[in-house]
Design a protein around this ligand. Structure first.
Ligand SMILES: Nc1ncnc2c1ncn2[C@@H]1O[C@H](COP(=O)(O)OP(=O)(O)OP(=O)(O)O)[C@@H](O)[C@H]1O
Length: 160
């Protein structure tokens, strides 16, 4: 399909070339949903509600078919298609309570998008730093440990 980023459905791994490819295939499971951009537009009511901005683009609120809330991250820039593919692959394999779950992605040209479960109560940065409620040291340690656990899982998945 020519209008795709070169990431046909269920074959993201084909992006990964040469020696890299073998590493990714070995661990890949890809049980994520592939959205068309039209589906994403329906999900987000045409990108009507922004949740925030990140360094790679905007995040929008959406509702998918089973009525669950999602965060739709639309990349305004990707450094390379391979990097986007790798990010999708890594996210699709992480299954950890401290890592937001990837539900799906869109690989249409000009619409590199990842769809995540919606996380309520704001970001980690907003909570200890932006709230008036004091966050005591034991809670801060607990947050730090949980972040480290999540990071460990992600690093374990990344190929060396
Ligand atoms: N899963 C989510 N659920 C709810 N809100 C989210 C979710 N993901 C992102 N957001 C909102 O969108 C904002 C931007 O998120 P995004 O992940 O793009 O940026 P970031 O956290 O700065 O990371 P990056 O380095 O990838 O740009 C967040 O600050 C948050 O307010």
């Amino acid at each position: 399909m020519e209008d795709k980023l070169g990431l046909p459905e269920n074959k993201l791994r084909d992006f990964i070339q040469g020696a890299d490819k073998a590493k990714w295939i070995a661990k890949n499971n890809h049980n994520i949903k592939y959205f068309t951009e039209d589906e994403i537009k329906r999900t987000t009511s045409n990108y009507s509600t922004s949740l925030g901005n990140g360094s790679f683009g905007k995040v929008y609120n959406g509702i998918i078919d089973d009525n669950s809330a999602v965060a739709v991250k639309r990349y305004s820039r990707i450094d390379s298609e391979e990097e986007f593919a790798k990010e999708v692959i890594v996210h699709s394999q992480v299954n950890h309570k401290n890592v937001v779950k990837l539900i799906g992605c869109c690989t249409e040209k000009n619409a590199p998008i990842m769809v995540f479960e919606y996380v309520s109560n704001g970001t980690l940065c907003e909570n200890p730093h932006g709230s008036n409620v004091p966050v005591y040291l034991d809670k801060r340690f607990s947050i730090a440990i949980q972040c480290a656990e999540a990071l460990e899982i992600v690093l374990h998945i990344l190929p060396t």
